[in-house]
Design a protein around this ligand. Structure first.
Ligand code: CO
Length: 304
């Protein structure tokens, strides 16, 4: 049943999230964290809803390791861990921000700011969740979230939003911004939403960063080269609905040629490339996310 599958995937996400959070410390390779999360989701009997995102400091979202990623987490880093699991296509999506343990060269102000950013993202998510119920206007949720973040002296990321979920669909139409808007769409009982306020002390906008390691299948397009066709068919067979990482494809295709092919597929819109996102001014960002199901008088958090 639909709700049971959401509950099941939510429970798996929350357990893996909490276990993975404990590993975050100075010297940990990002790829080890990413692979731990992805393998634990599989071991728990779910599918991976999207490549595990580990976005550090000013990197805000959509970073996953490429093959042979050499990036290492340092002490004092603000690490956003965003993961998703699916049961029969019903997705749990949750994120948490952790301050990496270990020595750092941050001063006292910067250490305090890390903690305050995390607290603000916690409160922003709590606020959003406490306003959600059937009939609530989407614009009002953003208004309340923005108010809380601003009162704490921070800024919400304006060009990132929460999103509705449906079976096999990670972004199924509704956007839930963290700022006030005139959006008068009302939530309905049974709507499933991933709510994810991002908080910073920078400008509050993200830009594309260089790295692109997450993609989504769009449509079959004609290609002359057999290799290109082969890669696209593999993608269509294995990841027809949900995002995938280039890392996953390197089990079957050699990495050198693959990167060019993924670029070619992106340019012809056979696949969609998700760039890593970076805060415009290079300021640090914290994020917290839960998946919820809208109810008549409130909501059920599946990823608690
Ligand atoms: Co997420």
């Amino acid at each position: 049943m639909e709700i049971e599958s959401y509950e099941k995937s939510g429970k798996i996400v929350s357990k893996v999230r909490d276990d993975a959070s404990k590993l975050i410390k100075d010297g940990l390779a990002i790829i080890d964290l990413v692979e731990f999360v992805e393998s634990e989701i599989i071991k728990a009997g779910a599918g991976i809803a999207f490549p595990c995102n580990v976005s550090v400091n000013e990197i805000t979202a959509h970073y996953t390791s490429p093959l042979n990623d050499e990036n290492i987490i340092s002490g004092g880093d603000l690490v956003k861990l965003d993961l998703g699991a699916e049961i029969d296509g019903y997705i749990g999506d949750s994120a948490v921000t952790i301050i990496s343990e270990g020595d750092s060269d941050l001063n006292d102000d910067e250490i305090a700011k890390n903690e305050n950013l995390i607290e603000a993202s916690d409160l922003a998510l709590e606020t959003a969740i406490s306003t959600i119920k059937e009939g609530m206007e989407i614009g009002h949720i953003g208004c309340e979230v923005e108010k809380v973040i601003t009162e704490l002296g921070f800024v919400p990321i304006r060009n990132l939003s929460g999103h509705s979920l449906q079976q096999w669909n990670l972004h199924s139409g509704l956007s839930i911004p963290s700022v006030a808007s005139n959006d008068s769409i009302k939530l309905k009982e049974g709507d499933v939403l991933a709510i994810e306020p991002f908080v910073t002390d920078g400008d509050g906008y993200v830009d594309d960063a260089n790295s692109t390691n997450i993609f989504k299948f769009e449509k079959i397009r004609p290609f002359r080269q057999t290799y290109t066709k082969k890669v696209l068919n593999n993608i269509k067979t294995n990841y027809p609905h949900l995002p995938f990482s280039s890392r996953w494809l390197t089990k079957e295709f050699s990495p050198n040629r693959l990167n060019n092919t993924l670029r070619e597929l992106s340019q012809s819109m056979a696949i969609y490339p998700y760039h890593a996102l970076i805060e415009k001014t290079g300021a640090r960002v914290a994020q917290k996310e839960h998946t919820i199901i809208v109810e008549k008088e409130g909501c059920q958090i599946t990823t608690k």
